[in-house]
Design a protein. Structure first.
Lengths: 138, 180
């Protein structure tokens, strides 16, 4: 009797294993390679690029010419760089106007100075006080 | 006493008007100038203003006037340096001419007038002269020097000077309003 039961159990296990194997083969054969990529937990190459990409930092140029900052008003983002180039025949400087929190050294003709922008500022040339400019951080 | 004050005031006003007339008269006629002569006029006009600024730095106690005089010395020296660099490059030798001679002699009279001023009257005389001088020089550069300059680089240099002179004019006009 017990021998018959053992044989029966073995048959059931065999049938179960066979069925599982068949189902697995059928499932993977029906899946296209693309679908396998889509379901994969490994991201596509372009996704990796976007994930690791830092916000773009732009470098802007303000030319000092004709006793003016050109452009007089500049919209930028925090982290962007602004380069001031003196194209005039006389020396200038670039100085934060309200609290004098930052200032370039004296910029002789054809010299430049740059700064990474952190916040909006009104600035001017404290040699020629009528020359004014503005940076707006968006 | 009142009469004496009145006389002094009249004399100061007269001297100021005279200095303005002297400045303007140098440019009154429209001479024909060559490039070497234009270069000479440009250098002399800048040197004159440096000379006036030197007197201001010696005589004035007014912070605005002193700052303006420092700016005049620095800016006009910078313009001369670049004008000299250009004429050297172009192998042009600035040539003395009736206009540059008149500018020089008028400036000598203006310096005399400024030197003669008391500390009290100096600031007004200096600033009034700066206003008149810059107006006259701007007009001369725009109507005589730029149109007559033949060399393109010399013409471009003269054109670049105009906004500097206009900035100086608006600055000294601002100071003029604060000095009585």
């Amino acid at each position: 009797m017990s021998v018959a039961i053992i044989k029966l159990k073995s048959s059931i296990y065999f049938i179960l294993l066979f069925s599982i194997s068949l189902l697995s083969i059928t499932f993977f054969n029906n899946c296209s390679p693309d679908e396998q990529k889509k379901d994969s937990s490994v991201p596509k190459a372009d996704t990796v690029k976007k994930t690791n990409e830092k916000p773009t930092q732009i470098s802007y140029t303000v030319e000092i010419q004709g006793m003016k900052f050109v452009p007089e008003e500049l919209k930028a983002h925090a982290g962007d760089t602004v380069v001031w180039i003196n194209r005039d025949m006389v020396a200038h400087n670039v100085t934060e106007e309200v609290n004098k929190t930052w200032s370039s050294s004296v910029l002789k003709p054809d010299k430049s100075w740059q700064m990474i922008i952190t916040k909006s500022s009104d600035y001017y040339c404290n040699i020629h006080t009528g020359m004014k400019g503005k940076i707006i951080v968006e | 006493m009142k009469n004496t004050r009145k006389k002094i005031k009249t004399w100061v006003a007269g001297a100021t008007v005279l200095s303005v007339m002297l400045v303007s008269s140098a440019f009154a006629q429209t001479p024909k100038l060559t490039d070497p002569e234009i270069a000479s006029v440009a250098v002399v006009a800048n040197q004159n203003d440096i000379g006036f600024a030197d007197i201001a730095k010696k005589k004035s106690k007014n912070a605005d006037v002193l700052k303006f005089a420092d700016m005049m010395s620095a800016d006009h020296k910078s313009v001369i340096d670049q004008a000299v660099a250009l004429v050297t490059k172009l192998k042009v030798t600035p040539k003395d001419n009736p206009l540059s001679q008149k500018l020089t002699s008028d400036a000598a009279n203006t310096r005399k007038m400024l030197e003669s001023k008391s500390a009290k009257d100096f600031d007004k005389a200096y600033v009034d002269n700066e206003v008149a001088y810059h107006k006259a020089v701007i007009a001369a550069v725009e109507t005589i020097l730029v149109p007559q300059a033949q060399n393109a680089e010399l013409k471009a240099l003269l054109e670049k000077v105009v906004p500097i002179l206009k900035m100086h004019l608006s600055h000294c006009e601002m100071i003029q309003k604060t000095i009585k």
